[in-house]
Design a protein around this ligand. Structure first.
Ligand SMILES: NC(=O)c1ccc[n+]([C@@H]2O[C@H](COP(=O)([O-])OP(=O)(O)OC[C@H]3O[C@@H](n4cnc5c(N)ncnc54)[C@H](OP(=O)(O)O)[C@@H]3O)[C@@H](O)[C@H]2O)c1
Length: 359
């Protein structure tokens, strides 16, 4: 992973872009598309409004957009966005779309070459592109089915030109290594949860040099000013599923009081720099070793504009020490990346949906 050239909308040359592979450099802030899916909430923007917002974000300098085969409606929406973007005066500036291949847990035992090809073909069609820029592979349970054979199909699709780059999501370093060795893949990225509240990536199960694309850097919004000093809402009355997920992470972190103490420190740091708390939370993640980029869930254009300040913020040693004083006392979350979420008997696993890919 190396710093790449600067670009339109760049804040600091070399800080705002990163190269994941030869000839493939991206913005270090990626727009996350889960918030545009039917699964997130019912009252999001209309598709026309969403396309307008995405064009505005591209105008601001965002050039990389994350989605997944299982984010209902988002690949199609990005396809529309790409067509509109190309018709604008800036439309020759490349837009990168990162999608995923997340086979259903219930289908793992039967997944074969044809299944993988069908999902990839569907993503190509929905996006209206000839090749996927990056496909991020996931497998719920590597003890079921032939995940290495699925990886081999991806490698074949890359040789055939349908896929440009292959990444993974929520894999441990050991799994990445096994996939690279067993299926002959060159894995260019691993998308995992990483935030001030969730530092499981630091206790990775092995030495991995795979660039990390961090999601959840704002804990779904919990690491922003709107939550300072608020009473614990519990799990029942939260407005979307992401917040339920991150409220459980707060519990692992030590509970609502520990989280509020952390927010108070972030607020002090933000005030000292004259920036928003979201900017501090994002800059902290971007500064972590191994983090190539943060995938920030789509919010209003104004918030996404403000978030770009994270590319310019330089946290000091004192800022980091303030945060560390709180995080060092946090009991968790612990374990490998995504281990809590894969445990279907535990609170994190019980709220996950494991079978979203069925046609
Ligand atoms: N690979 C995986 O397993 C996985 C899992 C989860 C997510 N992801 C990807 O990562 C992306 C981001 O992760 P995430 O969805 O968990 O959430 P996140 O990025 O931690 O949080 C996004 C939320 O933060 C709020 N926000 C953003 N900027 C803000 C600001 N400046 N001030 C106040 N609030 C702000 C917005 O809430 P409002 O909508 O309320 O404005 C937004 O929905 C997703 O969209 C998806 O593409 C991947």
């Amino acid at each position: 992973m190396t710093a790449g050239p600067s670009s339109p909308g760049s804040e600091i040359p070399g800080r705002d872009r990163v190269s994941l592979a030869p000839g493939y450099d991206i913005s270090r802030l990626i727009v996350g598309g889960w918030q545009l899916s039917a699964g997130h909430h019912r009252s999001g923007p209309t598709p026309d409004e969403a396309v307008d917002h995405l064009v505005e974000l591209a105008d601001l300098g965002y050039d990389t957009f994350d989605c997944a085969d299982i984010y209902t409606g988002v690949e199609e929406l990005y396809g529309r966005f790409l067509r509109v973007w190309r018709s604008t005066s800036a439309g020759d500036r490349p837009i990168r779309i990162h999608t995923k291949l997340v086979p259903d847990l219930g289908a793992l035992a039967d997944i074969d070459d044809a299944y993988v090809r069908r999902i990839v073909e569907r993503s190509l069609e929905r996006l209206g592109v000839e090749a996927l820029d990056l496909i991020q592979f996931y497998w719920w349970d590597t003890s079921v089915g032939d995940w290495l054979a699925a990886g081999e199909t991806l490698a074949a699709l890359q040789r055939e030109g349908a896929v440009r780059h292959i990444g993974v999501t929520n894999f441990t370093a050991t799994e990445v290594e096994a996939l690279e060795r067993g299926a002959g893949l060159d894995v260019v990225s691993n998308q995992i949860q990483y935030s001030i509240l969730d530092r499981r990536a630091e206790a990775a199960d092995g030495d991995s040099s795979t660039p990390l694309l961090a999601f959840g850097a704002l804990a779904g919004g919990f690491l922003t000013p709107g939550w300072v000093g608020r009473a614990d809402p519990g799990l029942q009355d939260l407005p979307n599923r992401s917040l339920v997920k991150y409220r459980l992470i707060i519990e692992e972190f030590g509970g609502w009081e520990a989280y509020q103490a952390l927010l108070a420190e972030i607020a002090v740091i933000a005030q000292a720099h004259g920036v928003d708390m979201a900017t501090v939370s994002l800059a902290w993640v971007l500064d972590q070793p191994g983090v190539a980029a943060a995938v920030v869930g789509f919010s209003s254009v104004e918030r996404m504009r403000a978030n770009r300040a994270a590319l310019a913020l330089r946290l000091t040693g004192d800022d980091r020490a303030r945060i560390r004083r709180i995080t060092d006392d946090a009991p968790g979350p612990t374990g490998d990346v995504f281990a809590l979420e894969r445990d279907r008997s535990g609170p994190h696993g019980r709220i996950m949906r494991y079978d979203l890919n069925a046609d």
